[in-house]
Structures are given as C-alpha cells and as structure tokens.
Ligand binder design. Structure first.
Ligand code: UDX
Length: 438
C-alpha cells in the first residue's frame, strides 16, 4: 500500500512510522520545512519513547520518507490520511478545523485517481461529510471515499498503543474503502485486534465519547479523593475496591492534580460545543471540565497550605512539569495552573523535569530551573511532586530532606507513603489519603 500522511505532528508521525513498519510505503508531509529537515536528519520533533529508532529503521528500509510537497506525495497514493492539528478555537472552545479543510483543498487539487481519504485527526461529528463535499465538488470525476479512523494513542506509550490497540474504529459504509482499511491494518487484523466498522458520524463520535468518559472517570475519582480527605478514608483503596468490579475497571482511577494534555481538555470542550449545536446538552461533561479546571488551582492552594501561614517569600521545589511522564508535552499541564497560583501568593519556584524544561521554560517566567530533584530541593521550604516520572519514584528521601530549609512534601501523585516520607523527616501531604481527625 502507498500511504500519504498529512501532518507530521504527534499523531501523523507515530502513525506514519508504524504503518511503514507494517511494510507500507509512507510519505509524511508537513508544511514546516524545519521539521521536515530535522526528520530527514533523524531528529524527532517530539519526545516519544522508541520513535527515533522506528523512524530510522523504516527510513533506512526505504519505506518512510518526509517532504513539504503535498502534491507529489499524494500522487498514486492508495490512502491519504489527514493527521493535522485540531486545536481549540480561541474564544469558543470549538475544534478549529482550518488545517483540516486547508489540507482537504490541497488534496483535491492534487489527486488524479481513486483514493481513500482518512481523517485521523480528532474531528467533530459531520467533518467527514464536509471533507467529502469539498473533494467531490472540486474533483467530480475521481472516485473517492472519506473514512473516519480515530486514534487512541497515549503519549509516552504511543507506539505500543498503535501496534497493540484495544480496538480499531473504521467509519465508512463503503465496501471498497473498508477493504483498503483492512489492507492497511492487515497485521493488526491478523493479530485479531477488535475492529468496529461503523458509520462515519458514529466513528467521529466514538473518539469524543471515549475521551470524555475517561476524563469523567478521572474527575470522579478526584472528587472521591477530596471526600476521602474530609472523612479520613483512603482513595487508593477506594480505587482498588471499586476497580476490581469488572463493570468499572481499574484503569484511570488514579487520583491526582487533574487531567491535562493535548486531548482531554480540548476534546471535552469540543464535545460540549457539538452537544450545544445539536441542542443536546451534556451536563456531566460540562461539570467534568469545570471540576477539573478548579482542581488544578486547588492543587496550588494545597501546596500553599502545606507551607503554613507565613508562606510569602518561601521557595517550593516542583518536581515534574509535563502533564504526565514520558513526554515533553506541556499542553494544559496542571503545573501551569499550580505555578500561577504559587506566584500569585508570592512564592519562589525552583523546578525540575526530565524532558519538559526546554518547552516549559518560555511559559514560566520567574521560575528557576534545576539540574535534578536534589538540586531543585536545595534550600526549599517544600517539595511538590507534580508529575510521576520514574526518576521521582525512588528518590533518596533523607538526602532530599537534608538539603531543604524545611522538609515538607506535597505528593500530588501519591508516589510515597506518609510512613516512608515521615521516616525521612518530611511533613507529608498527599491526595485523598485522609487521616482520622484526632
Ligand atoms: C489521551 C487518551 O488516553 C488517548 O486515548 C487519546 O487518544 C489522547 O488522549 P494522553 O493525553 O496521552 O492520551 O494521556 P493519558 O495517559 O490518557 O492521560 C491524560 C491525563 O489524565 C494526564 O494528565 C494524566 O496525568 C491524567 N490521569 C490519567 C489521571 O490523573 N489519572 C488517571 O488515572 C489517568
């Protein structure tokens, strides 16, 4: 199969590299010449475990290439994937489809034979219809089908998720297009990955419903965590106790500082807009977005409280800035809201993140950056664990405490226990692990 991937961002690059690894010939197109030159030189624009090696292997095998020239890349393609960004539109929260439609028009101007066009970007219900209209209008004599094929990749685990998916969703009722999609995903079909063939609109909605449900699950357990703190219960045991019920499932029940990242915040907002457009309000999802937003700020207050009344002028060491481990992505990271509330309260911040500091730097005026966790904690009045990177899971706690002005720890990811932190001399606060009032 000859595949063109439009957009060499997170989704496009991972998907393109994985498709080439299946044996297909893939060309990734991106408008950004600097990105393409970097990729040609083996440099990845994002941090994703395993990606660099996968790209290098398939480039060397002659199956994967990069270009800025869309027209030549789509010539003779069996399938063209649209994997451009669909950020939140400034002001109203709708998904911004400018890049999707621009790519669609460019595709229409360049194709000459039958081709399946696949939307991989997360797009609101009905976008595939519009993509089809645009192409049919501009190319009335060419056989095309537009398929929705959402991705469910988690950053930091994207290659594994692509190659061992829980399911593949293919939104098209056209037999020819279904056949092309079967050929493209053949190795996964042979491994018996579950496939949901459905209508295009349903497929588009599945993506939003999945992300909104997961965001709801996280937000639910976060509110239970608050209640645990109030009543002297333990949220981790609640998660285990409810998660063992197969109908609930144990995943996505880790209480923390609120969800962030490139998908949940924007997709929940976009789903709310779609619901509004179709006069079917989604009150649960609306509450989820509000609760999650206020939670991020509440985490700042939690740290301030741990510092005590005279917190002004004190220093907090923040460990972890990215929205989750194994990524350098800072989009909607809880650390951003936490830092803002600390700064507003006159608190100094020393931060360390294994991969995120380059991107975080320009977003965090006034924050000093450290070389590791111990350097960050040097002279600090509290250490706050914000992202659960592996390097923070086995810290030498006595060493960390020894360098601090006051050994206070606020563990927003429940990495440690009160006992082990206490043994190292820390005054310890975590999330949803309440103690009985004495
Ligand atoms: C998510 C979806 O999982 C993926 O299927 C979709 O395609 C894109 O969005 P990603 O944004 O990479 O992937 O991150 P994910 O691992 O899902 O975590 C999202 C956020 O939820 C993070 O901020 C994480 O810290 C938080 N989270 C996750 C929790 O707070 N608790 C949990 O139990 C799980």
């Amino acid at each position: 199969m000859k595949i063109t991937m439009i957009g060499a961002g997170y989704v496009g690059l991972v998907s393109g590299a994985c498709f080439s690894d299946f044996g297909h010939v893939v060309t990734c197109v991106d408008k950004d010449p600097a990105k393409i030159t970097a990729l040609e030189n083996g440099k990845m624009p994002i941090f994703e475990p395993g990606l660099e090696a996968l790209v290098a292997k398939n480039v060397a095998a002659g199956r994967l290439s990069f270009t800025t020239e869309l027209a030549s890349a789509v010539a003779g393609a069996d399938a063209i994937f649209i994997a451009v960004g669909t950020p939140s539109r400034r002001g109203d929260g709708h998904a911004d489809l400018t890049y999707v439609y621009a790519a669609t028009r460019e595709i229409a101007a360049s194709i000459s034979g039958p081709v399946v066009i696949v939307t991989k970007s997360t797009v609101p219900v009905g976008t595939g219809d519009r993509v089809e209209d645009i192409i049919r209008e501009l190319c009335p004599d060419i056989r095309i089908e537009v398929v929705s094929n959402p991705e469910f990749l988690r950053e930091g685990a994207a290659i594994g998720d692509f190659k061992r998916p829980d399911r593949i969703v293919v939104g098209t009722e056209d037999e020819w297009a279904q056949g092309v999609m079967r050929d493209i995903y053949r190795p996964l079909f042979l491994n018996e990955a579950p496939v949901v063939f459905t209508s295009r609109r349903t497929s588009e909605l599945i993506k939003y419903a999945a992300n909104a449900f997961l965001a709801t699950k996280i937000t639910f357990i976060n509110e239970i965590a608050d209640l645990c703190e109030a009543v002297g219960a333990n949220v981790q045991d609640v998660s285990r106790g409810i998660g063992l019920d197969n109908r609930i499932g144990s995943k996505f029940l880790h209480a923390g500082p609120g969800y962030g990242g490139s998908c949940f915040p924007k997709d929940t907002l976009a789903l709310l807009k779609t619901a509004e457009d179709f006069n079917t309000p989604m009150r649960i999802v609306e509450a989820v977005t509000q609760v999650n937003d206020s939670r991020k700020r509440a985490m700042g207050r939690k740290i301030i409280q741990a510092l005590g009344d005279d917190h002004r002028g004190k220093t907090v060491a923040l460990l972890g800035l990215t929205f989750k481990p194994n990524t350098d992505d800072m989009r909607d990271a809880p650390s951003l809201a936490i830092i803002q509330s600390l700064k507003d309260a006159g608190i100094q911040i020393r931060a360390f993140d294994p991969e995120g500091m380059e991107i975080a730097g320009p977003l965090m005026e006034g924050v000093t950056f450290a070389t590791d966790a111990y350097d960050a904690a040097q002279g600090a009045d509290a250490v706050a664990l914000v992202t659960e990177w592996d390097v923070f899971r086995a810290l030498d706690l006595p060493r960390l405490a020894a360098g601090m002005n006051a050994p206070v720890m606020v563990d927003l990811r429940n990495i440690y226990s009160a006992q082990e932190a206490g043994r190292a001399g820390f005054t310890y606060t975590s999330v949803g692990r309440g103690t009985l009032p004495s």
